[in-house]
Write a protein that binds this ligand. Sequence first.
Ligand SMILES: [Zn+2]
Length: 449
Amino acid sequence: MGTPMPSPDKIDFSTLPIYKPDVECTSRERIRAIQLAKLIDQVNYTYDRVSWYRDRMDELHVRPSDIKTLDDVRKLPFTDKSALRETFPFGLFATSLDEIVEMHASSGTTGKPIVVGYTKEDMDVWSECIARLAQMAGVTAGDRVQMAFGYGMFTGGFGLHYGILRIGGMMIPAGAGNTERHIQMINDYGTTVLIATPSYAMHICEVGEKLGFDWAASSLQIGLFGGEPCPPGLKAEIEARMHITCTDNYGLTEVMGPGVSGECLAHRDQQHIAEDHFLWEVVDPDTGEPVPEGEMGELVLTPLDKRGIPVLRYRTHDLTRVTTEPCECGRTLARMDKVRSRSDDMLIIRGTNVFPSQVEDVIASIPRLAPQYRMIIDNESGLDRLTIEVEIHPDAFSDSFEDMNQFTQEVTAKLQSVLLLRPVVRLLEPNSLERTLGKAKHVDDRRRG
Ligand SMILES: [Zn+2]
């Protein structure tokens, strides 16, 4: 108990469990055959049952019988968030509501929420996808798994919960909030796995340190992160300070929720896609045309056996690249890189494209900085101004003015060389930025006009 997993170069992958080896480790040819059979069935199902898709396909003069190869998916219309908003709440549902056993919705920060419904079969697929990614991280039936996501309409809480039950782990449904209580529960119940957003895991870590909790001696071994993209710097920091191994997973409410892909321990920051349930494409975000394998583009997903809401070619606005090279963990399912900034998160500041992930990468490369930052953009003076507030690592804090002044100059220069514009950098004392329970808010755009 309390011993972190060995570093990946010392892991014996043959001893780690694989939830569904006959699929996860099968040949590429067989995966493609499974995908094609399911795609043909799914397109027929969708065309027959969802008038919104039938109309779009009729406009494009595409019939379900035109889908004969996997590449034929390109004949189908794209779907984006607006389709789910236009048809709110149930317009894209393919079954009667009697067959829906659970509903979830996105938070809907702008406009109406995205509503999704799951049939019994959809719930089975979902929990299996979660079971797979939990086992990729080393979670087994003997684990005690503490949930720090909120339960509710958000897909993260219940989605992960059902998947852990599927592998026989013990769920501790603590839910969101009350950090000290989380730490107490880890201690009292011998929790071995924590499910949280990475920013909240960091917060639990820091509160524990302040309370004098000895993370090295605690029972906790694994962090399953989700709900927000996890910067590699933050993950490494949490692993070192909490003495645990953390993996990330990916998914979005519109196509299922978490579980589309999960990180194995052989290639950190890459995630195996559940390809027997999702057909992936990587396209040029501007033209919608496919990019060659291994090149960066926008991820487009078609769930292959969704019954409640079948979605065709969903544009995720997430940038990634995908490889089908076999993986040392034994799995043959394609791996996607940790998603970069959503393509619609790109900021245009003084005419320059700026991605928050660029700022994140620079901060992660400077050991004296903590991975906590905030970008503030304003134009009070008429010109766009980017201010980057970043916390100094607790071990590297100094109150010498000269030292801090010089360090600020160094950080500014490094950011300028990457962003191609000069930000105002404010170095903050450790723990000055507000920690959020949900998604860490890294961008505060205050521009008017
Ligand atoms: Zn792998």
